[in-house]
Unconditional design. Structure first.
Ligand code: FPP
Length: 240
């Protein structure tokens, strides 16, 4: 795809389910965490490609609420990798004008992980080219449940009435409230499901599935996904 060949067809917001790290490692006789380490390289490549293509928001499904159920050593390896990546990547992210934001419930993270979250958010604050949203300890059902609970509590205090609640109101209170809905959701690794990712926000997103494992997903793979998106006819439930 020629660079920005059709500006209007560049998705404003791309969200990615980065699947296949474990299989990538196993295929090479490596431990699963090695796949996550290779996955960080893909994150770096795709962030750069997103900036170059003019994508404004990139949301990555980095750690789901369900991922806590994985073996402790894998969970710890992912958390450690996150902390190391913050140190290693912060300068280049800043240089590229990338602002990093966490989306998810931070209560479950260790003090150490929370301090690295503060660090990367603080150091990249104000980046204007791309907002990189890392969904960590995130799942849609958790997000929606938490939001409903907060709204019900407000209603119980008499601060909210049923008539005030519509779809826009709910969108404005989800964890994703500061970001537009994704235009394109990519899932790598060959599975055809959303796995509890942005289920409310992806109501009208274009979905793109590829068998490519996340560590093998490169700039060309990203361009292929953008090209497929550019061919789609979005109708949002209307007629053309
Ligand atoms: C899914 O592959 C991937 C994850 C659960 C973790 C993603 C984490 C990273 C890419 C590293 C940390 C990221 C940042 C931004 C620093 P899987 O393990 O489910 O693969 P499988 O389906 O082959 O088992």
């Amino acid at each position: 795809m020629a660079q920005n060949s059709n500006e209007s067809k560049i998705p404003q917001h791309v969200a990615i389910i980065m699947d296949g790290n474990g299989r990538w490692a196993q295929q090479r006789g490596l431990d699963r965490p090695e796949g996550h380490i290779a996955g960080v390289e893909s994150v770096r490549r795709v962030v750069k490609a997103a900036v170059n293509r003019g994508v404004r928001y990139l949301t990555l499904y980095t750690f789901s609420t369900e991922n806590w159920g994985r073996p402790a050593e894998e969970v710890n390896a992912i958390m450690e990798l996150f902390c190391r990546s913050v140190i290693a990547e912060a300068p280049e992210l800043k240089e590229q004008g990338v602002e990093v934001k966490l989306m998810g419930d931070r209560v479950a993270f260790s003090d150490k992980v929370n301090s690295y979250i503060d660090k990367i958010e603080g150091e990249t604050a104000g980046g204007t080219n791309l907002t990189l949203v890392l969904a960590m300890n995130y799942s849609s059902r958790y997000e929606i449940t938490d939001t409903v609970r907060q709204l019900v509590a407000q209603a119980a205090e008499g601060k909210l009435s049923p008539e005030q609640i519509d779809a826009d109101y709910i969108s404005a209170h989800l964890y994703s409230r500061n970001y537009p809905d994704p235009d394109l959701v990519i899932r790598t690794g060959g599975e055809y499901r959303l796995s509890n990712f942005l289920m409310w926000q992806a109501a009208y997103s274009e979905l793109y599935f590829t068998p490519t494992l996340w560590p093998d997903f490169d700039k060309t793979s990203f361009d292929e996904a953008l090209e497929a998106y550019a061919q789609r006819n979005r109708r949002f439930g209307l007629v053309k």
